[in-house]
Design a protein around this ligand. Sequence first.
Ligand SMILES: NC(=O)c1ccc[n+]([C@@H]2O[C@H](COP(=O)([O-])OP(=O)(O)OC[C@H]3O[C@@H](n4cnc5c(N)ncnc54)[C@H](O)[C@@H]3O)[C@@H](O)[C@H]2O)c1
Length: 583
Amino acid sequence: MNSTSHPPGTNATQPRGQVSVSPEGEVFSLPTPSDLAQENQRLQELVRAQRALGREIVVVMGVGFVGAVMAGVVADAVHRETGEPLYFVIGMQRPSPRSYWKIPYLNRGQAPVEAEDPEVAPLIARCVNEKQTMTATFSYDALALADIVVVDVQCDYHKNALGDVRDGHAEIRALEESLKIIGKKIAPHCLVVIETTVPPGTTEYVAYPILKKAFEARGLSVNLDVPENDQNSEKLVLEHQPGVEPLLAHSYERVMPGREYVASIRDFWRVCAATNPEARDKVVRFLSNVLNVEKYPLTVLDRPIESETCKIVENSYRATILAFMDEWSRFSERNGVDLLKVIEAIKVRPTHDNMIFPGPGIGGYCLPKDGGLGVWAYNTLMGFEDDIFKITPLAIDINDTRSLHVAQLVRDALRNMGRIVAASRVAILGASYRQDVGDTRYSGSEIVVRKIAEMGGEIVVHDPYVKRWWELERQESYPGPGKSWARFFRNQEGLSNLKMAEDLASALAGVDAVVLAVPHQPYKALTPDQVVEMIGAPAAIVDCFGLLTDEHIARYFELGCEVKGLGRGHIQRIKKQVKNSIK
Ligand SMILES: NC(=O)c1ccc[n+]([C@@H]2O[C@H](COP(=O)([O-])OP(=O)(O)OC[C@H]3O[C@@H](n4cnc5c(N)ncnc54)[C@H](O)[C@@H]3O)[C@@H](O)[C@H]2O)c1
């Protein structure tokens, strides 16, 4: 192991003085070059002791939403008969100002992700402090100690326009950089499992050549054979020479941050595939050791591109069934139909029971981008020029722009009360992308806020699970410089000063409109009388997620409010009934 050099193309350590600040506001100094040798010494000693206990060493590269909890699941795995831990896990994280804090958090047994799942915090604490099967590091030299490397770094898709996913590209640079470092550092026997959702083909067309070349440069490989026949999948299982071929596999995550966070990794079905038989055997053994494969059997596919395609099709399917409902949602609004009841009536058919009410845009990290990775791979990695993709990109475009309609409903509800958006204060209840989680990535609420800000409205936001809304507070740099959705709207500057309201009563006091943007449990429990009392006067109420019962809607009208809702065309009918009963 080279303990003094920095990984090529990266800064393993930073000049003195730089800091990384955790979401809770704790400040950590970034490691300096002089810290590296000491850190490597620490890792070597730990690994020596762990190997003596018969444990294999697993490096999880990237301890974000997926990697942090996956690292915990691996570190918690025990031998089925002896109950002895199987693996020692090193969570590896680049020491950037944005992410370094995750390392000291993990090293004191604290999860670096906010989780509603009560299993997450004890899992991390148990593995770090009690079982002592996990540590975290900023040193890329940890890779040289690994028997298995699990790659959980991000692979984003950059969109140049709102509502046109074709005008964009996959950002595979972080992944390529990670793979280059892996190729330079790992031992030849080390299995590399890519869990990152990647453009189909990435493992074979990008990762394999990178590792292969790195092995050759290190004098580890002599085999230059390239598979000949593109039509024959059998032949595409890359030729294997023990000891010199990289051992590469792909197995994507289906993790769902939320109440079932840990179970969604450990107690759930997995798909995997590898570039050669030895890698396949190794990845099957590894996943069988750490996941509940008795109850949730593994699916082993022939080629990594099939596993990669599975993930993209799985998420494109979900994005598509949601996008499909957008036109029926508008149809419902204009024709007196309650889409919520339509969906419930259809879902009784077992063949249709996965139909979902589409909220204000389909957010989260995965659904807005994954189909784009597929289209990009087809054109870029595979080099096809024809246009076979119709539905996948269209679904993403519809989902990305659906929440603009919420601002129109706010406008219309206010207008019915004789008010305009530009002179109104609007409360957004819910900032995250789905109910009962604190994850705000690409949430529909963000677009609602941005559009209302563009129209001149004043905004206040409440979310029981979100303390800081980084997409707004740090819009100059988050999720990356020039990447904020702010770039698609005017009048966004003031949003950097937006602070999340501490409680619901202060969020609602004196507002003109309330947008029920996310069906968090506490919002579902609210009665119209409570809401109007907190506001202090009747207001415009916009329901984005079918939160309101018909009784609630009627009561809001009785209290003098105006109500509108995505996909809820029957509201007009209730309004008339209430008016007639008051006359
Ligand atoms: N979040 C989800 O719900 C979810 C669900 C299923 C699949 N996925 C997929 O899992 C992958 C990871 O997603 P995530 O949500 O954990 O992302 P994330 O941004 O939370 O985490 C990625 C981490 O990798 C680190 N990183 C980047 N480059 C690195 C490098 N060279 N060395 C070490 N660390 C590096 C980053 O600093 C970050 O901490 C993505 O492909 C995503 O699509 C995510």
